[in-house]
Write a protein of this length. Structure first.
Length: 160
C-alpha cells in the first residue's frame, strides 16, 4: 500500500516564498520612469544644484541610456556637461566636464560600462549635431572633470 504523506509548509518555506515574491514584485515595479520624466527630474536637479538668483542654468539637450544620462548645460557665458546616474527614481550628478565627455573612455573611467558609454556618446553626438557650433564650443569649454556625488563637495579639481 502506498501512502502519501502530506506535510505542512514550514515557516521557512513561507518566508522564502514571501522574500521571493517581494523581490519579484519590487523589480517588476522597479521605479519605471519615462525618458520625459527622467529629463524633467534631471533639469530640476541641475537647476536646484546650480541656479543662482541672477543666473539660471539652461539644460538642453539631455541624452539617456538606461540609468545613465549626459545633460548639456549653459549658465551665462559658461557651459559644460553633467554626467548623471539614476538610483531608483532619483538622479545624481556624478561629474561635470566639457569636451572630454564626448569620449567614451572618459565616461567609462567614471564607472560606466563601455557599452553604455559608447551608446550614450552616440546619442550625444546626434543631439548636439542639431546645435549651433557656438553653443557646442561653449559646452566644450568646461575645463577638466569635477567629480561630484553625495560624498563630494562641489569644488573643482581644475579651473574652469
Amino acid at each position: 500500500m502506498v501512502s502519501t504523506l502530506k506535510s505542512r509548509p514550514s515557516f521557512g518555506h513561507f518566508a522564502l516564498v514571501f522574500v521571493a515574491a517581494t523581490c519579484l514584485f519590487s523589480n517588476a515595479i522597479a521605479h519605471p520612469q519615462t525618458e520625459e520624466e527622467s529629463r524633467e527630474r534631471i533639469q530640476k536637479l541641475i537647476s536646484k544644484t546650480f541656479d543662482r538668483p541672477d543666473l539660471k542654468v539652461q539644460t538642453d539637450p539631455i541624452v539617456i541610456e538606461g540609468k545613465v544620462a549626459i545633460a548639456d548645460w549653459i549658465q551665462g557665458e559658461k557651459g559644460g556637461r553633467a554626467l548623471l546616474t539614476r538610483k531608483h527614481v532619483d538622479w545624481e550628478i556624478i561629474a561635470c566636464g566639457g569636451a572630454g565627455f564626448k569620449d567614451p573612455s572618459v565616461i567609462a573611467a567614471a564607472g560606466i560600462s563601455k557599452r553604455i558609454a559608447n551608446n550614450i556618446i552616440d546619442k550625444l553626438k546626434t543631439a548636439e549635431a542639431k546645435l549651433p557650433p557656438q553653443k557646442v564650443k561653449q559646452l566644450d569649454s568646461f575645463d577638466g572633470v569635477v567629480t561630484m556625488g553625495r560624498n563630494s563637495r562641489h569644488e573643482p579639481k581644475v579651473k574652469h
